[in-house]
Design a protein around this ligand. Structure first.
Ligand code: ZN
Length: 315
């Protein structure tokens, strides 16, 4: 996706792409320029990083002002943090116009936690977004080593479920060209725990990203960040990546227990075939088609365990 150029439309509004959202302002990329725009309170809940917006210029020292948020093709959201248990939780859109979710894991140091990958993938499925997996620090598993074999065995399962896998090393540069080719096709939301090499990967994809982030923080000062702090980075070769460094927990905030099985693509063909039909939770019920599929080898036992764990967490 190419950022839209600054175009003069009726009443001299210009179009831009939201890079980052603060409490009272948004940072907007318009053409080749990055600028801060005032965020009117009534629009604060309706704009997120990744949105395409129209803003109205203003004479200095006033900031240009956000006027309209254009319709989104997708959104990645979670309920607002302040909601009380039982209360209706309004959706808080963290990222707009996301095309893919990309869970990031290190090949080693730390070793991948596959149940966490299952959580990321289920969350992406719940939002209706396709996912692709990125394995960083690939140089740490030498070719032909038992660790590499183990890694590939584990990932064969995910490939068979339809999730593409990218292997990269920021250290040696291997895999980066192929990854960039994919990333140029749209906007990718990166998710992963700290320590997996997400920041190193971002720096490899965007040599200038670190500096631009620091520059913005120096201008805006402390306390201006929102709690989620999603940041969009347009890539030099086209497309963009989004990072959510402020998002500690990537939960399954909004999935009802009975919808969890549908977030596991390999379970979908078996849903509705259980003895208790759609009310089956695929746990200990007799005549469960999903558990039968596990025993037949059509659903991997480890994925089934992830399902049971996530279902127990769901509301
Ligand atoms: Zn069942």
């Amino acid at each position: 996706m190419k950022p839209q150029p600054a175009t003069i439309v009726d009443s001299a509004l210009f179009t831009g792409l939201v890079i980052q959202k603060f409490i009272h302002q948004i940072q907007v990329l318009a053409g080749d320029h990055t600028l801060m725009c005032a965020l009117p309170p009534h629009l604060a809940a309706h704009v997120a990083a990744g949105d395409v917006v129209r803003c109205e210029p203003a004479p200095a020292p006033d900031l240009p002002r956000l006027v309209t948020v254009l319709p989104r093709r997708s959104e990645y959201s979670r309920p607002a943090a302040a909601s009380r248990p039982g209360a209706h939780a309004p959706q808080q859109v963290i990222a707009a116009n996301v095309d893919w979710v990309m869970p990031v894991f290190a090949a080693a140091s730390p070793t991948p936690k596959w149940n966490l990958l299952d959580r990321f993938l289920a969350a992406a499925e719940a939002q209706g977004l396709p996912a692709r997996i990125c394995i960083t620090k690939y140089d740490l598993t030498p070719s032909g080593s038992p660790a590499e074999q183990e890694l590939h065995e584990a990932l064969t399962l995910y490939r068979s479920l339809g999730y593409p896998v990218y292997f990269v090393s920021a250290q040696t540069g291997s895999g980066l060209v192929e990854l960039c080719g994919h990333l140029s096709q749209g906007t990718t939301l990166l998710v992963g725990k700290s320590g997996v090499g997400k920041t190193t990967l971002l720096n490899a994809l965007l040599p200038g990203a670190d500096q631009s982030t620091r520059a913005v923080n120096a201008v805006t000062g402390k306390g201006r960040h929102t709690t989620t702090a999603a940041h969009l980075y347009p890539l030099p070769g086209g497309g963009a990546v989004m990072d959510t460094p402020g998002m500690r927990e990537f939960g399954l905030w909004d999935i009802a227990r009975e919808d969890m099985a549908a977030c596991f693509p390999e379970m979908r063909p078996h849903l509705g075939r259980c003895r208790f039909g759609l009310s089956c939770q695929h746990d200990e019920e007799p005549g469960c088609a999903v558990r039968h599929a596990v025993m037949q080898g059509a659903v991997h036992p480890r994925r089934y365990q992830s399902y049971l764990r996530l279902k127990a967490e769901a509301a």
